[in-house]
Design a protein around this ligand. Structure first.
Ligand code: HEM
Ligand code: HEM
Ligand code: SF4
Ligand code: SF4
Length: 347
């Protein structure tokens, strides 16, 4: 369904909800909706990114399909959310990539990058990582890609932020909502995965994924400080800061994605996940391949497999980084921006 038709459907759903208001206690979407009489593009972009797809309002709705009104808030907002990623991303023509992702494309990207890097690798004497890929090459390659990713995402999220307009204030409350994923479970009960099915697992697996990723990121930053500030060359000891952070983060980043992947498969398709299957599953797969290959590298860094494992790990990281601005990763920034707007006292 294309942009205009989607927007009309969003307008229809929000207009019915605005007259009904049965779900007003469930989550921020409904109070934010009640402040509006019309639902234009900017309003729908904001509301769609406030929704956490918990499912609560679908199961409560007396106008849900097969009722002729056909009200399905989570599905409609999930589709509009995906459209916002496409509309605001930079450069715009790469927006089409959001709908082309899938398990197969993600894994093919890793395999292709691995093949290219295997051809270009050095002799590789364990445990010397830089005999496989020289340090300057690693820094230039990952530094360059990382810089592009930061610029692309900053422009995309900046466009979205300007569209919805965020007033200052309310940062602490918004951050608390982000870090606890409070709205992933409507009205105080645990997240729903189907009618009358409640469990805390989606939230916990997301926490493992989110905090695992943050720790891996902190580990890479600590390794860069070890290298540049202290002049210490990798590999680092098993009790060093980069390895401890990376190991804890890596374990979280194995448990979280596996759990989320399993839950997705059992989730009620009526909640609208199907349209985003490719987007979610390719991201989950790239996170998992990155953490698994990182941990395998840590365990086997003194053996003959070091060189191949390092290449596969670096290829996975590269595939993950390259797809960040055009994949599921952007949801974190869009949702944080929407929650900041919601929490602002003047909103
Ligand atoms: C600039 C990008 C990156 C480079 C150059 C890089 C390189 C490395 C290297 C050389 C190791 C082996 C460390 C050792 O055996 O002591 C490693 C381990 C690991 N990497 Fe990466 N990595 C990068 C990004 C990432 C990212 C983004 C993730 C996760 C999302 C990740 C997850 C891991 C994990 C879990 C380990 C094993 C634990 C550890 O050794 O700390 N890496 N990485
Ligand atoms: C920064 C704040 C973040 C917020 C507020 C947030 C919130 C959410 C919410 C509400 C969902 C469920 C709805 C949906 O699928 O869109 C979700 C899904 C997901 N998030 Fe996040 N997220 C954040 C950051 C991250 C980060 C940094 C990662 C990983 C590095 C991540 C990984 C995922 C994955 C893999 C899914 C799909 C899970 C599923 O299939 O249900 N999120 N996130
Ligand atoms: S989702 Fe249904 S029950 Fe809830 S406010 Fe909208 S119309 Fe009413
Ligand atoms: S699915 Fe959950 S978060 Fe989304 S609008 Fe309904 S109650 Fe709110």
């Amino acid at each position: 369904m294309r942009s205009l038709e989607l927007l009309r459907q969003g307008e229809h759903v929000m207009t019915v909800c605005n007259s009904c208001r049965y779900c007003e206690q469930y989550c921020p979407v409904f109070p934010a909706m009640e402040e509006r009489l019309t639902f234009g593009k900017a309003d729908m972009a904001y509301l769609a990114n406030l929704c956490h797809n918990c499912g609560e309002c679908l199961y409560a709705c007396q106008y849900a399909p097969p009722h002729e009104f056909g009200i399905n808030v989570p599905k409609t907002l999930a589709e509009i959310r995906l459209q916002t990623y496409e509309d605001y991303c930079w450069p715009r023509f790469l927006g089409a990539a959001f709908r082309r992702q899938g398990l197969l494309t993600a894994l093919s990207l890793v395999v292709s990058l691995t093949a290219i890097m295997l051809l270009a690798r050095g002799e590789g004497t364990p445990p010397d990582f830089f005999s496989v890929v020289p340090y300057e090459v690693m820094v230039t390659l990952f530094g360059g890609v990382f810089l592009f990713v930061i610029v692309a995402m900053a422009i995309g999220v900046g466009r979205f932020r300007r569209e919805i307009g965020i007033e200052p204030g309310g940062v602490t409350k918004a951050l608390r909502d982000v870090l606890t994923l409070r709205h992933l479970h409507g009205s105080g009960v645990d997240c729903s995965s189907g009618e009358e099915q409640r469990s805390p697992w989606r939230r916990w697996f997301h926490h493992c994924t989110f905090y695992g990723f943050m720790l891996c990121f902190a580990s890479t930053t600590a390794a860069a400080i070890y290298h540049h500030v202290f002049g210490l060359i990798a590999p680092y000891g098993y009790t060093s800061v980069p390895v401890v952070l990376g190991t804890i983060g890596g374990v979280g980043l194995v448990i979280g994605p596996i759990g989320l992947f399993g839950l997705r498969r059992q989730r009620d398709p009526a909640l609208g996940g199907r349209a985003q299957d490719g987007l979610d599953e390719s991201f989950i797969a790239l996170l998992l391949v990155t953490s698994l290959t990182g941990l395998a590298l840590l365990v086997l860094r003194n053996g003959a497999l070091m060189s191949v494992l390092l290449i596969v790990h670096l290829a996975s990281v590269l595939a993950l980084f390259l797809t960040l601005p055009y994949g599921k990763f952007v949801h974190g920034f869009y949702r944080t921006a929407a929650l900041l707007k919601f929490s602002s006292p003047k909103a």
